[in-house]
Design a protein around this ligand. Structure first.
Ligand code: HEC
Length: 127
């Protein structure tokens, strides 16, 4: 049973107040490698404009980086999923962030699930 002990209930934290892609979650070097992955693999089917498309951005706004990462890892390249390394997917995602003008930071985006689960996706600051 809940007992009101007088402690104020903290205001719920919005995702914008939590670590997210506006805070520099990848490095410029990582995005350069991601551009290489794009040129070598993704560009067979994609244009960079696919990843600045409003419908794409809206679909993933405020999703976790983990979810988009696993979406790509589990399904891409179309027809040959499972052929990308965790590094390739992470670098490609860094390139997608860069294409959208998200700021790079001092540390690379990690390739392990725990690191990927640290951040929400914001394409721009809603405030
Ligand atoms: C052989 C073709 C092919 C290649 C190569 C390919 N893709 Fe795709 N990709 C598709 C198709 C088709 C779709 C849309 C169908 C779907 O949703 O499964 C798609 C959709 C996507 C989406 C969109 C998700 C969304 O919500 O709209 C992302 C992101 C993506 N691909 C990333 C990549 C990355 C990164 C690479 C390179 C590492 C890559 N793809 C390589 C064919 C390809």
């Amino acid at each position: 049973m809940d007992v009101d002990d007088g402690t104020p209930t903290p205001a719920p934290r919005s995702r914008i107040d939590e670590p997210n892609t506006l805070h520099g979650v990848y490095t410029a070097e990582q995005a350069r490698r991601g551009q290489g992955v794009f040129d070598q693999i993704c560009s067979e089917c994609h244009e960079t404009a696919d990843w600045t498309d409003p419908a794409f951005l809206e679909r993933w706004e405020q999703a976790s980086v983990f979810r988009l990462w696993h979406w790509i890892y589990g399904r891409m390249p179309h027809g040959n999923p499972g052929s990308l390394s965790r590094e390739q997917v992470t670098d490609a995602l860094a390139y997608i962030f860069e294409l959208n003008g998200l700021p790079p930071g001092a540390a690379e985006l990690g390739t392990d699930d725990d690191s990927l689960d640290d951040y929400w996706i914001f394409w721009s600051d809603p405030r």
